[in-house]
Design a protein around this ligand. Structure first.
Ligand SMILES: [Zn+2]
Length: 199
């Protein structure tokens, strides 16, 4: 049997989400069908606002409600330290430690040779430009302790080492760790006791 078009369309859209197969999509769609019109409307508005209210901060390349974002616009934060993270989830994890008062830069990914993601796919040109124009004296490589994170840290160290101080998170986090799942205390300490990369 075929479902009414509106329901089938919703199922197809839901099935396109990560980790959602057709069966789960069907369950979600029937769940939504049972909700009140008000609840459905607020759900739809939340999705629409993703496009209307979220923009990109041109300084740190993070998604934000304003450009520049609140962190980049905050003049009380240090201007000369830049923490390089993979994505906004990692930025949020570091902010939650309350151990950092510098700026951020979102790399937008990690080098991954298996998936064919090379340095040219990351925001490295913009990072270099930011370092040159903003008088950055130290960058903190706050990347995952995974093969991809290590490869990316090595690459960035190689191209930036002659220009400024480069530090990386202390190895308090186990190998294979994803920063966004690290607890605040461990991550805060890894940041506090960061090591300078010997050139
Ligand atoms: Zn920003």
């Amino acid at each position: 049997m075929k479902y009414p078009t509106a329901l089938q369309t919703l199922m197809d859209k839901l099935a396109g989400l990560p980790s959602v197969g057709p069966k789960t999509a069907e369950r979600y769609a029937f769940y939504l069908l049972k909700q009140t019109p008000e609840k459905l409307k607020s759900f739809a508005v939340a999705i629409l606002e993703l496009q209307d209210k979220i923009t990109l901060c041109h300084e740190c390349l993070s998604i934000s409600e304003s450009d520049p974002c609140l962190i980049c616009a905050d003049t009380s934060r240090r201007q000369d330290v830049l923490c390089v993270v993979e994505n906004i989830q990692d930025l949020t994890a570091i902010e939650a430690t309350k151990q950092y008062d510098g700026r951020y830069f979102i790399l937008g990914g990690l080098i991954n040779t298996i998936n064919n993601i090379g340095p040219e796919d990351l925001n490295i040109d913009k990072l270099i430009k930011r370092i040159k124009t903003n008088g950055i004296k130290e960058i903190i490589l706050a990347l995952n302790f995974t093969l991809e994170g290590e490869t990316t840290s090595l690459y960035l160290t190689k191209i930036l080492k002659d220009h400024l101080k480069i530090t990386r998170l202390a190895k308090g986090l186990p190998a294979g760790s994803d920063l966004k799942y690290a607890d605040e205390l461990t991550l805060g300490n890894a940041l506090k006791y960061r090591n300078e990369i010997i050139k």
